[in-house]
Design a protein around this ligand. Structure first.
Ligand SMILES: [Zn+2]
Length: 421
């Protein structure tokens, strides 16, 4: 198995990766653009682009911004509202795996910026049925979340005739350099299907799952091209116009608006996924069982590329977190109604044969960056260390009984917050 001479990514990265003559991966090369592009000019380009959408929709909204409350939601809204001066409609797909902290971050977000939010909450039994089917079809407990959060904003755009959707960064660009920043790639049905949904659209899931009905998957169906064209829907990524650095961005949002971070089970990144019970737990463990590496490799690679971790420090973090057993597994199995044996049978069917082999009833990991010899050109292509990599864990806002009650009944705002900021 080939590994990048600089970062920790393997050749079998599911988003596809290429290596150059120095053994450096496409993701690392595109990342170098963060230090070479003229970001002032790129931001000016963004401002000119959105200008054409101001006051264009009869809905009164200039654009749609998908939010979860975590994952740069604060930074995206801060940029759209305070820097671009747009009036966005927030849209949110409820993932059903929410933490209290996630609820709180989202409640504070809509209060601080004083914005409308349109939330979709699919009935629980349907989410469970769809998730059981997706576990079998792709070994994914997250398909409904990925499908829901990538389609709900598009459905709302069509319904309310709001053509512009503003996303954060593009994962294919950021992780594996699928595109250059200057390609200014936009949202497509094709990328969603092939990568976000592991080539399984709602219609495909329906076709191979006899227990599902058309109604069960309706919420996950992408609008027809004709509907998109009629409204002129397009989705742009801020990361093409702003030097995207999620760690820095979250720290600015913690300082300015009191965004709450939290320790995570299987990674050192305490900022991105604090809204989900399973993302950095069982869901990430499934990623390891399928591909032989988890999110900690993504996070360590990202921080290494920013010059905040050496390769050895990045490897040490992978070693620390890779095998952590997810404590949230019983909670998920109870929720979905599967035994541990049934769950493992579903996942095992989707292990990548390039890295896993069954040997005497036991699964054996054939390749791991932890066991690989250091790449021969590693020293030559290593980046200088610029700073240390420290992720804060913020104190929780005082979750008094009263505040929690309000947040959980979704009154929509939190007393006194906007006035204080
Ligand atoms: Zn690399």
């Amino acid at each position: 198995m080939q590994y990048c001479s600089r970062c920790l990514y393997p050749a079998h990265h599911p988003l596809n990766i290429t290596f150059d003559s120095e053994g450096v991966c496409s993701g690392c090369r595109v990342h170098e653009e963060k230090d070479t592009l003229d970001w002032t000019a790129r931001k000016a380009k963004l401002k000119a682009l959105v200008e054409g959408y101001r006051n264009r929709s009869s809905s009164g909204y200039d654009c749609i911004v998908p939010v979860s409350g975590a994952r740069d939601s604060y930074f995206i809204i801060h940029t759209v509202r305070r820097e671009l001066g747009l009036n966005p409609l927030l849209v949110s797909y409820n993932r059903h795996y929410n933490t209290r902290r996630g609820h709180r971050n989202l409640a504070y977000l809509r209060t601080i910026f004083d914005l409308d939010i349109y939330t979709q909450i699919i009935q629980p039994q349907t989410v469970k049925k769809v998730t059981r089917a997706a576990l079998r079809a792709r070994g994914s407990m997250y398909w409904h979340v990925l499908a829901g959060q990538t389609v709900w904003p598009v459905q709302v755009a069509v319904r309310y005739k709001i053509p512009l959707i503003i996303w954060g960064h593009h994962q294919g660009l950021d992780q594996v350099g699928m595109f250059s920043h200057t390609d200014e790639v936009e949202m497509t049905r094709k990328y969603r299907k092939e990568h976000d949904l592991m080539s399984l659209e709602a219609e495909d899931l329906l076709a191979q799952s006899p227990e599902l009905t058309e109604d069960d998957v309706q919420a996950y169906v992408y609008p027809h091209d004709k509907e998109l064209a009629k409204v002129g829907v397009r989705g742009i990524y801020l990361g093409n116009y702003i030097r995207w650095d999620t760690k820095r961005q979250h720290e600015a949002m913690i300082a300015r608006y009191g965004y709450e971070s939290a320790a995570q089970q299987r990674t050192f990144d305490t900022y991105n996924d604090v809204d989900c019970l399973h993302y950095s737990g069982l869901h990430d463990y499934i990623k390891f069982l399928k591909y032989g590496y988890g999110k900690v490799t993504d996070h360590a690679t990202r921080e290494l590329r920013f010059g905040r971790l050496s390769r050895d420090e990045a490897l040490a973090l992978v070693r620390k977190y890779r095998d952590v057993a997810p404590a949230d597994m019983p909670q998920f199995l109870t929720w979905i109604g599967l035994s541990e044996k049934e769950f493992h049978a579903a996942i095992d069917a989707h292990r990548d044969p390039r890295v896993w082999r069954r040997d005497g009833g036991q699964w054996k990991l054939l390749h791991s960056v932890l066991d690989a010899p250091p790449p021969s050109q590693a020293a030559r292509v290593a980046l200088p260390k610029r700073e240390d990599c420290v992720f804060e864990i913020t104190p929780s806002r005082d979750p008094t009984v009263r505040e929690d009650e309000y947040v959980l009944i979704d009154r929509g705002y939190v007393d006194g917050v906007a006035a204080r900021l």
